[in-house]
Design a binder for this molecule. Structure first.
Ligand code: FUB
Length: 432
């Protein structure tokens, strides 16, 4: 069974893009056990090279890192623009209590992303889609029954007011627009209601130019058993096949704990989309698998440093400077369901032994308070064998989780004069 494609977290509003032959899916994050969309505060990035083996790159942006936002981290999109990757997201503005579109940047497609601020000239900037065609960036957004589109300025920090088009009259869309291009035409997909009645269905419209005018082509995913009330998604071509991504309530049965769905998408010769019936078998044969990859250099550093003076690390760099007790790093891991995971550390050290410890807990300790307690030790005051200076990945232990967000912290447990101990990443794999 390949649907839902992943089931360790509740991932909604999937926006899919291919970068360097790998599929990246940017999702909003349904807090486990919530009964409202208002509690959404973060985003994740998932990626795969074959739709079977998936990586969750962890939290890529959190409300706490967005100074202008107060709540409702709803739907997102991401794209490549002039050498970097940009995330367009939305949240309720602290000053106006309106949805605004935010923009964040990363050097890598999987994030994490740094907040750059609000996109100017966008009113009620809910559910922003970021589309690039012919070296022109576009923002398409909307909610409360309206969908709008405009050209973005080159720095992406505003839309050009003279290009704003309100597409509502043509589309009858509710929210969540996403643009893709097929055979030189522009396909706008969006959730819509049937005569004001919920649940939403996925519809699409086609145009010869991103700014329209659009012809409404109707429904391509109708109401189905196990829907989550909302539906929201994207379409992407990956390795020669088109796919539709959306979300359902198939794991939780609840509209506020949604799961990532992927089905094959086919076009007819006239360019219309063959309606999709959500399937348990999904887009690939057999079962999918998941791993969580957490980049140490993107974590919270406890008096350690990141370095980028080699190319053999897997994320934004590696962490070094583990020369005194408590010096280390911590990374966050999200789980939507109960489970047991194996914890691996990719590290290198030329010394024969290094004394370190790895802790695990659900306390947020970003205030620098080192006296918090932890639920579980993964390894306590343990010798980490030397690796003759080469990166090696070592199984450290297992953790058992209930739904929630946890910190995984690695630190030195002895004072040393010097140490070349360095860490690249933490990898979590479900224990069978
Ligand atoms: O995920 C929160 C909201 O639900 C999205 O912004 C909407 O498009 C709907 O999917």
């Amino acid at each position: 069974m390949a649907n839902p494609a992943i089931d360790h977290i509740f991932a909604a509003d999937p926006s899919a893009h291919v970068f360097e032959d790998r599929l990246y899916v940017y999702v909003s994050y349904d807090q486990p056990d919530t009964n409202t969309h208002d509690s959404m505060v973060s985003y994740h990035c998932l990626s795969t090279e074959d739709l079977v083996n998936w990586v969750d790159h962890g939290e890529i942006l959190h409300l706490d890192a967005v100074d202008w936002a107060i709540s409702h981290m709803w739907a997102i999109d991401a794209n490549y623009w002039q050498g970097k990757y940009y995330l367009t997201f939305c949240a309720i503005d602290r000053d106006t209590s309106f949805f605004q579109t935010g923009i964040a940047v990363s050097e890598r497609p999987e994030g994490p992303f740094r907040n750059l601020g609000k996109v100017q000239n966008v009113e009620w900037g809910q559910d922003p889609g970021f589309f690039v065609d012919n070296e022109t960036p576009y923002l398409v957004w909307g909610g409360r029954g309206e969908i709008l589109i405009a050209e973005l300025a080159e720095d992406l920090m505003s839309v050009k007011p003279e290009t704003i088009k309100n597409l509502s009259a043509d589309l009858d869309g509710y929210e969540g627009p996403f643009l893709h291009k097929y055979q030189d035409r522009f396909y706008l997909t969006f959730p819509a209601l049937d005569n004001e009645k919920w649940p939403q269905r996925m519809c699409y419209a086609v145009a010869d130019h991103p700014l329209g005018p659009y012809k409404n082509m109707g429904v391509y995913i109708d109401v189905y058993e196990g829907n989550s009330g909302t539906i929201h998604g994207s379409c992407v071509e990956f390795k020669g096949q088109w796919y539709a991504l959306y979300h359902s309530a198939w794991v939780s049965g609840r509209p506020t704990s949604r799961s990532l769905m992927i089905d094959k998408l086919e076009y007819r010769d006239d360019g219309s989309i063959v309606p999709i019936v959500p399937s348990k078998s999904g887009a690939v044969a057999g079962k999918t698998s998941i791993e969580i990859h957490l980049d140490a250099a993107s974590g919270f550093l406890w008096e350690t440093k990141t370095r980028v003076d080699s190319s053999d690390f897997s994320g934004h760099g590696y962490v070094c400077g583990f020369v005194a007790q408590e010096r280390g790093f911590s990374v966050k891991a999200d789980f939507g369901v109960v489970g047991t995971w194996k914890v691996y550390l990719r590290y290198r050290s030329s010394a024969d032994t290094f004394h370190g410890r790895m802790l695990f807990g659900n306390h947020l300790f970003y205030d620098g308070n080192q006296n918090q307690s932890y639920d579980q030790y993964i390894k306590r005051g343990t010798v980490f064998p030397g690796t003759a200076g080469q990166w090696e990945e070592v199984l450290i232990g297992e953790i058992t989780v209930a739904p929630g967000q946890y910190q995984i912290r690695f630190s030195a447990s002895l004072n040393l004069e010097q140490s070349d101990f360095a860490v690249d990443r933490v990898r979590l794999v479900p224990a069978k």
